[in-house]
Write a protein that binds this ligand. Sequence first.
Ligand SMILES: NC(=O)c1ccc[n+]([C@@H]2O[C@H](COP(=O)([O-])OP(=O)(O)OC[C@H]3O[C@@H](n4cnc5c(N)ncnc54)[C@H](OP(=O)(O)O)[C@@H]3O)[C@@H](O)[C@H]2O)c1
Length: 276
Amino acid sequence: MEQPIPDPVAARRRRLLVTGGGGQLGLALQRAFAADDVLALGHADWDVALPPPPLPPLDLVLHAAAWTDVDGAEDDPQSAAAVNVGGTANAAAIGAPLVLFSSDYVFDGRKREPYVESDGPNPLSSYGRSKLGAEAVAGDLAWVVRSSWLFGETGHNFLRTMLRAGREQDEGAVVDDQRGSPTYVGHLAAATRELVDAGRPHGIWHLAAGGDCTWAEFAEAIFDEAGIDCRVLRITTSELGRPAPRPAYSVLRSERPDAPRLPHWRDGLHESLARL
Ligand SMILES: NC(=O)c1ccc[n+]([C@@H]2O[C@H](COP(=O)([O-])OP(=O)(O)OC[C@H]3O[C@@H](n4cnc5c(N)ncnc54)[C@H](OP(=O)(O)O)[C@@H]3O)[C@@H](O)[C@H]2O)c1
């Protein structure tokens, strides 16, 4: 019987680059795209503020490297911009289709209903301005994926900070006047793969968890779900007194009918705690 001749292009696994490979999202992307041929570069392998090292031909770049120290960016906006804007320009210059991960902090938080892709940005902080600058240089071959309040099992994030603090203290003060959608990096990585695999058009996409809450409500849910006995004292943003202004409301939703839908943030919390 005649055997079908394998198509060498279709049979070839996609070769893709993950930048920020050691970060919480970078690690989740490596898991979500494990069926592909993934080259992950950490900070020590490529400082994205500099031109890239020699690279093999690539089908896709998942650009998760970024300056993510929101308060630190207020002290050193030039360095934050060099990494976030310059780094994105360097990633785009590779010439492969690109996914740029951007942030709810491009918005000023004056709305009281979810931000959609067509809403005008107006960042309040140096970090937010650097992410908006990154969007501007990502190029025509980019999916600009805005997400919010990322957490997962690794790295620096609110979930891990609360688990640590809650085991050491009986009570802790948490901000109750910022509302957003805490997004599990595993869910964002899966939604990113769905976006790319479905061949959705380039441009801005809001991919954040379903539901919304304040940081204090998120902390209470973490303690509840993890069985930690720690009381949350609800405070205001001004009482916390952090250097960088943050939007009071930054819930993201997609107005695109074909956008991947992420699970509720409580499902993300459940899944993340189960993996810890
Ligand atoms: N975290 C959030 O709440 C949030 C919300 C919305 C959007 N985002 C965006 O999502 C993306 C991933 O964030 P994340 O939460 O995964 O952050 P993360 O855990 O801090 O990871 C960022 C990674 O980038 C690396 N990096 C920093 N400067 C670099 C440089 N100059 N060259 C190469 N690598 C560098 C870091 O390495 P070192 O640690 O070794 O410096 C780290 O591994 C970022 O674009 C971020 O802006 C994050």
